[in-house]
Design a protein around this ligand. Sequence first.
Ligand code: 6PG
Length: 236
Amino acid sequence: MSKTKTHIYKNNPAVAEAFARYLQKQISTSDVFHIALSGGSTPKALFEYIAKNYAREIDWQKVHLYWGDERCVSPSHEESNYGMTELKLLRHINIPFVNVHRVLGTRNPAEEAKRYGEEIVWNLPLKNGLPIFDMVLLGMGGDGHTASIFPHQMELLTTDKTCAVAIHPESGQKRITLTGKVINNAKEIHFLVTGASKTKVVKEIFDKTGDYEKYPASFIDHAEWWMDEAAAEGVS
Ligand code: 6PG
């Protein structure tokens, strides 16, 4: 297997700046760009940086935004990934309303997982019978979860569904998540992971040691990892 590509920077803001520059270049060379966004602290820093520095440098007419996972809450709820993105990015950019494909977090979760999956299949080209995103952004939790695929629901990595209902292991909160097969079908997958709380899990995933087989993030293929020095400390 080819060596996992890593991009390591001093801190969270530096990761956000570097990835924003890369993302702007990728969008500029595309006619249409379907990207699944992530929640979490590093994507939040990325959205802030883009809003401040690239709001007018990116042709948002060709960008279609989706969410790799969303909490089953209203868009105004403090835990809404869409709500965070709207605050940090969407209100600062001129993106057509129809290009923003949010999860309807207050609908019945099982029905919304089906509906959102159909919206994605309707809008994206297919490969291997699955929708193909131009890019999927992912974070990683301290338990090795990614999107909202948690260690106690590893079956969400291999289900044939496009989206599924996930359950947070501690809070029991329901979420809608892209499934592993759809994530792995993307043209590009980028992990944005920062902070010392991720060091141990990142090292186990890269070295394939310890509990790595319990981490959903271990089963994401061909991903590039954008990290700060703290998260990447154990990566050679
Ligand atoms: C979510 C995110 C989740 C997140 C990780 C990492 O909805 O919670 O999609 O997968 O990326 O929990 O979050 P931090 O970067 O804030 O540690």
